[in-house]
Design a protein around this ligand. Structure first.
Ligand code: MLT
Length: 409
């Protein structure tokens, strides 16, 4: 028989959100009349912006005519979208990023996992705890870890705790690490990173020859002007960081699929015998070989987000989710529950009252309130005793969830 990649056998369970979907499905089958409110996976509910729809329709019409039909596009993405991103998301914020440093893709989840293709197997990898599980699981799959211990921590990974005790600000690693995953606004805790904090990480990366993998999928939720939207707003970051961005949460593209990764041309890695290699070139090579680009109508839809109408429409939807987050926080506060995040972010992270574990609280909410959230321990051992509620739902459902929580807590 053919051999398998045994690293997959080290994974302690299914992918967190698939597991929750499975539990919800079983619950629905057993309780067909239950009207569930889903505040678990961060999946958008509001329709696409009219400007996006219009641009996608126009692009589909182009595809219907021989003279404007397009086949394969550039694997890295069309120039019109890369230019719009460079100008609006980076240069306008003083971040020196060129369109040629932007790689359009179908998702940040995919990119943050696939990026491991171009890094060596012996790198020491640091993640926050709790953390978006993709960073951990993809390192396990790639064979970068040992087995998990009883708390679910994989051998070989450096975990940096973020809890209420340290105000969710991770300490710099005590040992040297090669790759560092950072996500701000943070998933799952909903906290943000100041410029000073990111500067400390960039300085650490310079001093230690490390690379920061910066996930900014939720940057559009930042309303505080002092909070950086990109790692590339930080001095020196161009030499030490890669950034992942997505249109999923920015513009409701979870079902449309469009994202991008930014790799500055000067970013270098090294070979085992000490020669320098361009990370941009390696990713470009990988992209050309393993990816055929995002569909043309989708890229036109993404471009429309940067038009004056597009911006306004997308902003209005983000405001809906941010208000939802505020309502969730307020509902929790009224119940005397300590909540974090949810101000410049769509996730609210709460300390579970009493002594219930994260999964016990999940079950209590599901069974007694028909509300679905995400157990904090699913994001890592330090998430035990915490719970995540997402603001991605309709206003009516978020208000309903608040009322139901009040009845059972
Ligand atoms: C989440 O709920 O954490 C996200 O929706 C997961 C994702 O974006 O892949």
């Amino acid at each position: 028989m053919t051999q398998i990649n045994e690293n997959y056998l080290k994974l302690t369970g299914g992918y967190l959100f698939s597991e929750i979907a499975r539990l919800v499905k079983t619950f629905r089958e057993e309780n067909p009349s239950a009207n569930l409110v889903r505040l678990d996976i961060g999946d958008v509910t509001e329709p696409l912006a009219p400007a996006v729809i219009q641009a996608m329709h126009a692009a589909v019409d182009e595809m219907a005519v021989r003279s404007s039909f397009r086949g394969y596009g550039p694997e890295q993405g069309h120039g019109f979208l890369r230019e719009a991103i460079a100008k609006n998301d980076y240069q306008s914020r003083g971040a020196d990023i060129d369109a040629s440093e932007i790689f359009i893709s179908d998702g940040s989840k995919c990119d943050s996992g696939n990026i491991l293709d171009i890094f060596g197997a012996d790198n020491v990898v640091a993640v926050l705890d709790p953390v978006y599980p993709v960073y951990v699981d993809t390192n396990v799959m790639a064979g970068h870890t040992g087995p998990a211990d009883a708390a679910g921590r994989y051998g070989g990974l450096v975990y940096l705790p973020v809890t209420a005790e340290n105000n969710f600000v991770p300490d710099l690693p005590r040992q040297r690490v090669d790759l560092i995953y950072l996500c701000y606004p943070n998933n799952p805790t909903g906290v943000v990173a100041s410029k000073e904090m990111l500067q400390r990480w960039v300085d650490y990366a310079h001093q230690n020859g490390s690379t920061i993998l910066y996930d900014a999928a939720y940057e559009a939720y930042i309303t505080d002007p002092s909070i950086p939207h990109s790692i590339f707003e930080i001095d020196g970051a161009r030499d030490v960081a890669i950034e992942f961005r997505s249109f999923s949460k920015t513009a409701g593209f979870t079902g449309v699929r469009c994202a991008f990764t930014v790799i500055p041309k000067g970013l270098k890695g090294k070979t085992q015998d000490g020669r320098e290699a361009s990370i941009h070139s390696l990713w470009n090579r990988r992209h050309n070989t393993k990816f055929n680009g995002v569909s043309y109508p989708v890229q036109r839809g993404a471009e429309a987000i940067y038009s004056p109408e597009g911006r306004q429409q997308v902003r209005a939807t983000i405001e809906i989710y941010l208000t939802n987050a505020r309502l969730v926080r307020e509902a929790l506060k009224k119940l005397g529950i300590q909540a974090y995040g949810g101000v410049n972010a769509p996730y609210v992270w709460l300390k579970i009252p009493g002594s219930l574990s994260s999964w016990d609280f999940f079950n209590k909410l599901l069974r007694e309130a028909n509300v679905v959230g995400t157990p904090g321990s699913g994001f890592g051992a330090c998430g035990e005793g915490y719970f995540r509620l997402s603001a991605f739902n309709s206003r009516a459902n978020v208000e309903e969830a608040g009322k139901r929580l009040a009845k059972i807590i």
